[in-house]
Design a protein around this ligand. Structure first.
Ligand code: ATP
Ligand code: MG
Length: 423
C-alpha cells in the first residue's frame, strides 16, 4: 500500500465531526462580527511570499513547497494566508478608498518537522482587517478570538500574550542594537540563533536554548526602542482590553516569526498541548500592503491553527458535548422483499425534516439489519417488514431503550421529526 506523505494528515469521520463543529463555531462568531469570507488560491507566485513573508524568515528560507510551473514560473503552495489575502484584495481593487473585514479558511503547507500539533499540511482560519489604524480594531480582533474560545469552552485553557514592536524604524533600530550586542557573543549562541543573527535577529528572542536566553538577559530591551506613538497605541489597546474584561500579559520578548509585523503582536497560548501551545497568533502589519506594491494601508489580523485548536478542544471536551458523535439519527431496516421503494420514500421525508438517515443496503434478515442499526449509533430504527409494508405502516424502535411501536406512515414521520436531531 502507498502511504500518506509525511506530515500530511488524514482526518477521519469521528474527528471530522469535531472539526465541523469547531469550524462552525468559528464561522458563526466571524459572522457575528460581520466579517466576510474570501476564498484564496492554494498556489501563488513564490515571489509573493518572498516579499510578503520575508526572505529571511524560516518559512521562506526552508519551509516552502516550491515547484516550477510548466512554463517555468516559480510557484509555491501557500505557507500562510495573509500575503495572499493582501494580494487578492489589492488586485481586485478592494483596498482602494474603503475598509475591509474578511476571513479565510483552508490548508497551508510548510516543510517542518512533523510532531503533535505540527504538520506539513495544516489548516488555518484567519481574519484580516484593512484600513483601520487604531487600537480599537486590534481589540476587536482579540475580543473575537476570546468569543470563539468561550463558545468552544476552552477560554479557561488559554492565555493571551501581547507585545508591541513599534513602528518600522523602532524595529530596525532595535534589530541593529541587538546585533551589535550579540555579535561579539556569537560563538556562545546556539547554532540556530547564530544563523539568525545574520538573517532574522529578532527571532533570537524566542530561542529555546537556556544558554542563549542567559545571554539575552543583559541585551538591549525592545520596549526601550519603541516609539511614543506606538507606545500610546499599545496603552490604549491594553486599557480597552481591561475594560472588556480580557486578561493578558505583556511579554516584551514576543516578536513573531514573520517579517511584516509592526506595533501590536499577540499570541493565544495553551499549556495543555505541550510544546506546540500557540493556537492563534496575529498582529498589526501596517507596512505589508505597500511592500506588496499597494498604497500604504493599515492592517491587522490573526490566524488560528485549527489543528491545534481541535487538539485542545478534544483535551477539554473528550465527550463531544454539543455536537453529534454519530453520523445518523435514524436507521431504516427494510427486510421485506418489496420495501425498498417505500424505504427510499420515507428516508427522503425524514431527511426533509433535518433528520440524518441511513438506509440499510445489501439485504439480509431483520436480525442482521437491526444489528447494523445498533452499530450505526442511530437513536431510532425504522422497520419496514412484510406486515408494515402491507398495512402501510412503520415500526419505530427506540434503540436506546428497546421500546417499539407501530404507526401509520404519516404519524411515524411526525413522531421522528419531533424527536431531536443531532445533526
Ligand atoms: P510556531 O511558532 O508554532 O511554528 P508560527 O509562528 O510559525 O508558529 P504562524 O505562522 O503565526 O505560526 O501561524 C499561526 C498559527 O498557525 C500558529 O499559532 C499555529 O497555531 C498554526 N500553525 C503554524 N504552523 C503550523 C504547523 N506546521 N502545523 C500546525 N499548525 C501550525
Ligand atoms: Mg513556525
Amino acid at each position: 500500500m502507498i502511504q500518506a506523505v509525511r506530515g500530511m494528515r488524514d482526518v477521519l469521520p469521528a474527528q471530522a465531526r469535531r472539526w465541523r463543529h469547531v469550524e462552525s463555531v468559528v464561522r458563526r462568531v466571524m459572522s457575528g462580527f460581520a466579517y466576510e469570507e474570501v476564498h484564496l488560491p492554494l498556489l501563488e507566485f513564490t515571489e509573493l511570499f518572498a516579499r510578503g513573508v520575508g526572505e529571511a524568515t524560516d518559512i521562506v528560507e526552508k519551509e516552502m513547497y516550491t515547484l516550477a510551473d510548466r512554463d517555468g514560473d516559480s510557484l509555491s503552495l501557500r505557507p500562510e494566508g495573509t500575503a495572499s489575502c493582501v494580494r487578492a484584495l489589492q488586485e481586485n481593487g478592494l483596498l482602494y478608498n474603503q475598509t475591509q473585514k474578511v476571513f479565510y479558511a483552508g490548508p497551508m503547507f510548510r516543510y517542518e518537522k512533523p510532531q503533535k500539533g505540527r504538520y506539513r499540511q495544516f489548516y488555518q482560519i484567519g481574519a484580516e482587517v484593512f484600513g483601520f489604524p487604531g487600537p480599537d480594531v486590534d481589540a476587536e480582533l482579540i475580543l473575537l478570538c476570546a468569543q470563539i474560545w468561550r463558545e468552544l469552552g476552552v477560554l479557561e485553557h488559554v492565555r493571551l500574550e501581547l507585545n508591541t514592536l513599534g513602528d518600522g524604524g523602532a524595529r530596525q533600530a532595535y534589530r541593529d542594537a541587538l546585533v551589535t550586542y550579540l555579535n561579539p557573543l556569537s560563538d556562545q549562541l546556539d547554532p540556530d540563533s547564530r544563523r539568525r543573527l545574520k538573517t532574522n535577529p529578532l527571532r533570537i528572542l524566542d530561542a529555546k536554548s537556556e544558554q542563549t536566553q542567559k545571554l539575552l538577559a543583559d541585551a538591549p530591551q525592545l520596549p526601550d526602542f519603541v516609539d511614543e506613538a506606538s507606545r500610546q497605541h499599545f496603552r490604549q489597546l491594553c486599557s480597552l482590553l481591561e475594560q472588556l474584561g480580557i486578561n493578558f500579559t505583556h511579554n516584551p520578548k514576543l516578536v513573531r516569526g514573520l517579517d511584516y509585523y509592526t506595533h501590536t503582536v499577540f499570541e493565544w497560548i495553551t499549556n495543555d498541548l505541550g510544546a506546540q501551545g500557540t493556537i492563534c497568533a496575529g498582529g498589526r502589519y501596517d507596512g505589508l500592503v505597500e511592500r506588496l506594491g499597494g498604497r500604504a494601508t493599515p492592517a491587522v489580523g490573526f490566524a488560528i491553527g485549527l489543528d491545534r485548536l481541535l487538539l485542545l478542544h478534544e483535551t477539554v471536551d473528550p465527550g463531544s458535548t454539543g455536537f453529534a458523535d454519530t453520523p445518523a439519527d435514524v436507521y431504516i431496516c427494510c427486510p421485506a422483499s418489496d420495501s425498498l421503494e417505500v424505504a427510499f420514500g420515507i428516508a427522503q421525508r425524514l431527511r426533509a425534516q433535518a433528520l440524518r438517515v441511513r438506509l440499510h443496503m445489501g439485504g439480509g434478515n431483520l436480525k442482521k439489519q437491526l444489528k447494523r442499526a445498533n452499530a450505526s449509533g442511530a437513536t431510532w430504527a425504522v422497520i419496514l417488514g412484510d406486515e408494515e409494508v402491507q398495512t402501510q405502516t412503520m415500526s419505530i424502535k427506540n434503540l436506546t431503550n428497546g421500546e417499539q411501536q407501530q404507526l401509520d406512515l404519516d404519524a411515524g414521520v411526525t413522531l421522528l421529526a419531533s424527536s431531536e436531531s443531532h445533526g
